[in-house]
Design a protein around this ligand. Sequence first.
Ligand SMILES: [Zn+2]
Length: 357
Amino acid sequence: MKNRILFLMIATVAMFRVNAQNNDTKIILITLDGFRWQELFTGADSLLIGNKDYVHEPEMLKKAFWRDTPSERREALLPFFWSQVVKMGQIHGNRKLESKVDLTNSMWFSYPGYNEILTGTADDKNIRSNDKIPNPNTTVLELYNNAAEGKGKVAAFGSWDVFPSIVNEERSGVPVNAGFESAIGNLNEREKFLNQLQNQIPSPWGSVRLDAFTHHYALENMKKEHPKLVFISYGETDDFAHDGDYQAYLKSAHNIDGLIKAVWEFTQQDDFYKDQTVFLITTDHGRGTEPLDTWRSHGSDINGAGSVWMIAFGKNVDPKGEVKEEEQLYSNQIAPTILKILGIPVPKEIEGKPIKL
Ligand SMILES: [Zn+2]
């Protein structure tokens, strides 16, 4: 009898410890719009890097990113992912090794992709365009913001100006800084300067800003407000690809790898985030490969645009490295995984199943 009581006491203490640990966990969800698994796992594409149709300075570009083997090429392109993340986390989606990550929506463009990532359920009936329609579905950002432990502890930053609609900023109450929005509220000197610069460095595009702005707005907010769930969506890779500018696409991917490294390093020297933070990184859709020009495009008529990838590292993530065995993951699993890590019940309607990291 005594033993049983002792056992119950130990079990109860253990349970509380698990709960407390869960509640301390922070999550940074990051996306690179339309960045292909092909470049993630094999680096610069041999058919594109020297191709005058897509690259105007091939010698410079080759010097930066061309190497003899795919593993050297990917490390030259994405040094943080392939020297550090691969040692501390998991990299899923190398289809050459039978590790597959796919979208479950059949649209294969951005709003349906982000809706799937953020809600855990594809919605081909309602999410059929990139129009700025307030999302009828509930994202994990909203669910967490509606939970006692997450109230006012969520923030979203995006380069694309459709995110206020995707997150349904108005209904969810989740603050979204996206497109060409300035930082608002009680601003520090860096945010004031970013607001000024954003007006003085024109973006090449009408609806997407350059990623450095998104990145620094997010970082400054994390320093000040310490949100527990942060969403950062970088956008340049997709737009440079649509422009047919492979040179800019690669340089942008390389730059974002460095930006993500900076976010990681910030979390590791900040008491609130240090050793308590999980990073999840993915993309909203793939792009084509065949015929060659389809690397610029995506959508349901482009072969391979439903193939994506997923990276996880940080607190309690098993350092499996690059996954080299047969597996099938889906983008709709990210949202329930986030809820599970944060200790929030996963609603029954969510189609995706949480991933054991
Ligand atoms: Zn696109």
